[in-house]
Design a protein around this ligand. Sequence first.
Ligand code: ADP
Length: 403
Amino acid sequence: MSATRVLVLNSGSSSVKYQLLDMRDSSRLAVGLVERIGEEASRLRHTPLSGGGETREWTGPIADHEAALKAVSAELAKDGLGLDSPELAAIGHRVVHGGKHFTEPTVIDDAVLAEIERLIPVAPLHNPANLTGIRTARQLRPDLPQVAVFDTAFHTTMPESAARYAIDVETADRHRIRRYGFHGTSHAYVSRATARLLGKAPEDMNVIVLHLGNGASASAVRGGRCVDTSMGLTPLEGLVMGTRSGDMDPAVIFHLARVGGMSIEEIDTLLNKKSGLIGLCGDNDMREIRRRIDEGDERAQLAFDIYIHRLKKYIGAYYAVLGTVDAVAFTAGVGENAAPVREAAMAGLEQLGLLVDAELNAVRADEPRLISPAGARVAVAVVPTDEELEIATQTYALVEENA
Ligand code: ADP
């Protein structure tokens, strides 16, 4: 029997998230996380899912990514699923920035590594960590196909009119400044899953996808291809997020520097880590914000209102970009769980054919589901995202194709 397992790795600067899937039925065999790599109290959390095993936790020093992956392999090996298993077909890596060049999942070789490295200036936080994960995995299993699945790839179909900023073209090109977009694996997965929910082919429908997690982005998908998305050169642009401001007049930055005396690093931290919901009301968890609103907290209410206002602007914008819309899909932590966000985002949009049925909206489930009333002109849906499954699916398809 041929190898059918895929290990999905999401390597951050001090963490590695992983899932092992069996692609015969897309089932999950194990999931886990290594956190605080490089610290004294690194933590590994591993849950075997195939044999109904219990979650195992382990705290102790894990010096670097190599030690982390070895620890993961040792945990997997306890259930007969180690990295040396002949059943392992490939490793799929989440890579945040693929620039203009990587439009599809790509088998990693030295040239691909060099290109991902060349993109570090436009993804200084993410690509170095992704590269470390890839290099380590290649050292451990040099014989195994390793595939990079890029967060930006789904958005490479955006037309130039959506992808370019209106700044001097030569300056933009010299510094590779353009709108790349992120969360692409999720937007791709959710737009297809929405088509499946409606019994249509992705090619035959237009969808607005709202990925609302701690990071948040919207996309306009025409016939299965992304035509616009709200994140840009970096994940800072667009919607109000947990800790990021999203859209602002860029002159705010000049003002903070000139009048506020802040350094570029301080402004970067302010806009990426101390803005959005947390900057507005001190909390970035929508559950906590809703709880405070229920108690009459005005700052939490204002933060919520600003969040919804921005979301509505993007829904309207993408409606206009697409011309006709067949479905709006809510996904990720907030989109999947926060019924009040969905209700408020759709309120007053009846003229656009957007309606939410209160009872359907209140249902909690892990399955994709409609929340618009029967017969509505536009389907409004909750579609749980599954980036790991999408990475594994794309990785396995590529490996099979090359076999
Ligand atoms: P990311 O992958 O960007 O870190 P997630 O997609 O996991 O984020 O979303 C995390 C966010 O989802 C939390 O910060 C919280 O605001 C929101 N969230 C999670 N569960 C709920 C819930 N039951 N109700 C409302 N919001 C929720």
